[in-house]
Design a protein around this ligand. Sequence first.
Ligand code: PRX
Length: 631
Amino acid sequence: MAYRIHSFDEYLAAYHKSVEDPAGFWGEIAQTFTWSKKWNDVLQWDFDGPDIKWFVGGTCNITENCLDRHLEKRGNKLALIWEPNDPKERFQRYTYKELHRKVCQMANILKRNGISKGDRVCIYLPMIPELLIASLACARLGAVHSVVFAGFSAQSLSDRINDSKCKMVITSDGAFRGAKELPIKRVVDEALEDCPSVKKVLVVNRTNWGLDLVPGRDVYYHEELAHVGDECPAQPMDAEDNLFILYTSGSTGKPKGVVHTCGGYMVYVGYTFQNVFQYDESDIYWCTADIGWITGHSYIVYGPLLNGATTLMFEGIPTYPDPGRFWQVCDKHSVNIFYTAPTAIRSLMAAGDEHVMSYHLNSLKVIGTVGEPINEEAWHWYNIHVGKERCPVVDTWWQTETGGIMISALGNLCPTKPSYAGLPLPGVQAVLLTNEGKEITQNHVEGFLAIKFPWPSIIRTTYGDHTRCRETYFSKFKGYYLTGDGAKRDQNGMYRIIGRVDDVINVSGHRFGTAEIENAINADPHVAESAVVGYPHPIKGQGIYAYVICKKQPGNEENLRGEICETVAQQIGPIARPDKIQFVSGLPKTRSGKIMRRILRKVAEGEPENLGDITTLLDPLVVEEIVKGAM
Ligand code: PRX
């Protein structure tokens, strides 16, 4: 690709150019993509609105760039390898030609069922090829996809469907995940009891349960296929038309729908995929994330396909049928680039080296991590046992809101350092700010991580609530995009992400707002009030510690803990279940009624001797009780 960086010097030159002349820099990269109409202006922006536009006036369709433009040269090249949950089931392969056909057929099915440009379509599917195909089919028509991770509860699903008034849901009968079978369609049916905007449900058969469908609303994908052709023209989209909505948790209220648009997102994820992974034409690339999260959107679906790569999609979990599964799949498909999460690395590390030792992993060239800080021990284990000390470890820092990777090494071109994400990518003007919002210019410092200039895939808005977008990211420190993370910068300008500085907990790389979990706990009829904090967890990175005040003294505490966990699973999903629940008679509050989370965090972290000043508390005695009862 024309935008490939080949050396550290080229990285420095690209970085310099991207700061001196952002429009020239991104304009040149954008020209390597297919546009139906060229843009007039590369960039118009104002962080106060925020009002950010890239490739203004240009039109394109991202699926033409992911599929059609590869057909001539790479039509018979593998676009997708799908590895099922059960290693005994046959894997599937799709060439670019076949994937193009599948996407066109699916797009025609959506059209046949009333979907057109601008409509929102919710996709609630396990990791089967139809998840990738459905996302691209929406993009082909200009329908806005909202993929919801298929582990979320009916309540979470209906909240997300209603927030963006989706017209259709694409789902499956069931799902296979490890040793479990999950009733996906049943969750959708429950969610839809309260979703008036949904007119159609498209059901893909995965478990072949032969479910009864709701007449007039539900249609089977395999039956619809008989009625459609395999050509579907791509809808030309304005560069700033919405491409997708992806819900993510913040420190307050319900999850918000992060909106990404067509042109800038395409250019940025295409560029970053190529350079971070130093992708070569014949590489097999595997990202183990779920497409329900941003990592899957950008680096399973769009980034690889924009580059004509072969992307591997895995239905299962790292420990099924045993903790050697990832490595078995790497050897089986000769994976060259492997991208996973620190939590997976830690859990496989804990399972014992023998599981990785039995695979040769000769094909690997670059290995990456994403989603949370990686501790040094896990970094070294990954480097030694998986990368065999010959593969660069790219620790990629970014967010749902950034759309693509922001701080990372570029393959083996840049220096790497355990637990450091490294240097910002070209186009990323990262800064550290003090409490007062002043830029810290020297090195060897710590501060709030912010970005002071737009990059093409920056969040455009939070769906249906632009004020929330402004207040969350652009208000506290004027003129900056505020990430919500704290970071260190070493003497060489490399960044180490410390973690969230707001009320967001990162559990196994998944974000939850403390308020969101508290609301779920409070929905339990026994609970009067609760406060949730994160604490260091050896596998998950952070665990969820809940302090709960009950309406009545609990009879059997263990039973009640189980019940509260069940409530949370129903309200949000099993991944948000608290790890520890401590019953308390009160919470440490200031005289104005604010919960002092600092104290709760210290107790949860097992450092009750470092509580700091507690004299401003309404009732200091409550702290004594909390410290005594700590788990
Ligand atoms: O705290 C940072 C952490 O994950 C947050 C973003 O979460 P989400 O939007 O769900 O996206 C995750 C996948 C891109 C960040 O604010 N985070 C992400 N990557 C890293 C990280 N923390 C440290 N190191 C990383 N490489």
